[in-house]
Design a protein around this ligand. Sequence first.
Ligand code: SF4
Length: 219
Amino acid sequence: MHKKLMTLYDRLYAAYGPQNWWPADTPFEVIIGAILVQATAWGNVVKAINNLKAANLLTPKRLGKVPQAQLETLIRPSGYYRVKAKKVQAFLEHLRKSHNNRLDSLFENDLPNLRKELLSIYGVGEETADSILLYAAKKPIFVVDAYTHRLLTRLGWMAGKYHYARLQSIFMSSLPHDLHFFNEYHALIVRHGSKTCRKTPRCQTCVLLKQCPYPVHHV
Ligand code: SF4
């Protein structure tokens, strides 16, 4: 699997180039984005983040003082805004109570313990926790998602339903645990999954066409 995954990375990188993720100015913005992006497209998150920026609220202290109703209005473009406002507030409450609003204190923890801590917060699932670990805390963990599952399934490298831990272990057990590499690889898969290997795939323009068995049977 190591060789296959390295070749896949090389092809995607050659096709799309560096992705420079995560698209955010600060680690705190990464965290808010990682919560808001749940079950929505990134473009909607950008609108919500821009609202928070325009109101000068993108710090833990300031955002923590915003009442629920105001927060809901500001993040409304990201969808599911009521439940997402609760999730953002749960994160902020944890940061305030356990780390005196300091991200550097939160990030001091080692990877396994920080992951556990993040997963204990309401609204933080595995993909959100790992996005925070990789892109905000700069810890080497591989983030997987529905794009990753679709790609590996179509390539014929795995079968069965989406299972986060199983999918993640394919990458974590086969690849060097390198922060920059994991950052770039996940971003490239998202780029590929959103532009080419979409629900209805654009196989004719795909750099993986020669290796991929999917078009022969489905397109
Ligand atoms: S050839 Fe088609 S199915 Fe295979 S990876 Fe490319 S876009 Fe996806």
